[in-house]
Design a protein around this ligand. Structure first.
Ligand code: FE
Length: 354
């Protein structure tokens, strides 16, 4: 080949290659740009259940919106949002109790949401009056008992557990726990501070042991014979019955459930719920996310996988929960429980409830 022709071809080759490289780079930048545009929702959550991870993955699949999860205790998340202020990346705050959502609202960390969908799926008493937060699941705080020692006829109300008949027989976790705080807050709401204080003292006097462990540990202690009755959230019983650990299944099968206060205000309910953060950078995605969690499909997952009662009236509780029977629930305003939280904490302290 002629020397100049060869040189020319080489040049063409170099130019072509450069063009390719240039295009390749350009495409990459485009991809990178697309990555930056990925829709996200940043979720701060106190919920610690496997079912949630499945639901978040399902939401990502359906909407293409990536769920970024920050998991911590509600108080820590509220503190984080307070410190972050208007720079906070949080779009959604999920807690395991309405009390913390009320606190977040009072601190100005949430904002009102307009959603026809949420208006239809969540009953009025289960959401904030200004639509700043919405309940997603319900759990009943029930009395469980050892049927070898106790008959259901001996049980009636939370209040009755302070009678001398239950001396050294009650198992319940510490007062630092939000579920207990909300239970006491519900008593402050229904009977006033004085009677609520007398209840706390009465329970402390009747405790089988100094409070330790979580709800599941109270049930295990009950079956081990450390006490006769325990106060726990319903879904923990579901978890024991469906545990991979056969010893836990045995514990779950050994106890019975009693729904207290059926002849008066009803059994205490606590909820898990969510609100949109005041400075949510992805507010619309946050609303879509809460709508998704209150929809029929997600409510069924909460019901089946985490043994919680659905808030959406179009979804039935799981078979297991249905088998425990219908019950009357205390319909006290959840906002009021949040407002009574501080009083409840002080009352527990005065009663010497660890
Ligand atoms: Fe829990």
């Amino acid at each position: 080949m002629h020397y100049f022709t060869k040189l020319k071809m080489n040049r063409i080759l170099v130019i072509t290659l450069s063009a390719f490289l240039f295009l390749a780079c350009k495409t990459k930048t485009k991809e990178e740009k697309q990555e930056k545009k990925q829709e996200v929702v940043n979720v701060y959550t106190h919920r610690h259940y496997k079912a949630d991870q499945e639901l978040f993955a399902q939401f990502e699949k359906e909407t293409g919106i990536k769920v970024n999860v920050t998991n911590a205790k509600a108080d820590e998340l509220i503190q984080k949002m307070t410190v972050e202020g208007s720079q906070s990346p949080a779009d959604v705050l999920i807690t395991v109790d309405a009390g913390r959502l009320v606190r977040a609202k009072e601190k100005g960390l949430l904002q009102s949401v307009t959603s026809e969908f949420l208006n239809q799926t969540i009953p009025v008493h289960l959401k904030d009056i200004d639509n700043q937060w919405f309940s997603l699941t319900k759990r009943a705080r029930v009395i469980v008992y050892n049927p070898e020692k106790v008959t259901p006829e001996q049980l009636s109300t939370y209040e009755d557990l302070t009678s001398p008949a239950w001396n050294k027989k009650i198992l319940i976790r510490s007062s630092g726990n939000i579920y207990n705080q909300s239970l006491l807050a519900s008593m402050i709401a229904s009977q006033g501070e004085e009677k609520a204080a007398a209840w706390a003292t009465g329970i402390v006097n009747n405790m089988a042991r100094s409070p330790k462990g979580n709800d599941r540990d109270q049930i295990k202690a009950l079956v081990a014979g450390e006490g006769d009755v325990a106060i726990v959230n319903t879904y923990y019983i579901g978890k024991l019955l469906n545990s991979k650990d056969s010893a836990e299944v045995k514990v779950g099968k050994a106890i019975r459930i009693f729904f207290p206060n059926q002849k008066d205000r009803g059994t205490h309910i606590n909820v898990s719920g969510a609100g949109i953060a005041k400075y949510a950078p992805n507010k619309d995605n946050g609303i879509k996310f809460i709508e998704f969690l209150s929809g029929v499909k997600a409510q069924e997952v909460f019901a089946k996988a985490n043994y919680e009662y659905p808030v959406n009236p179009n979804v039935a509780p799981s078979l297991l929960l249905t088998s425990w029977g219908d019950f009357k629930e205390d319909n006290v305003s959840l906002s009021l429980l949040g407002k009574n939280n501080k009083k409840a904490v002080l009352t527990f302290d005065k009663a010497g409830w660890k």
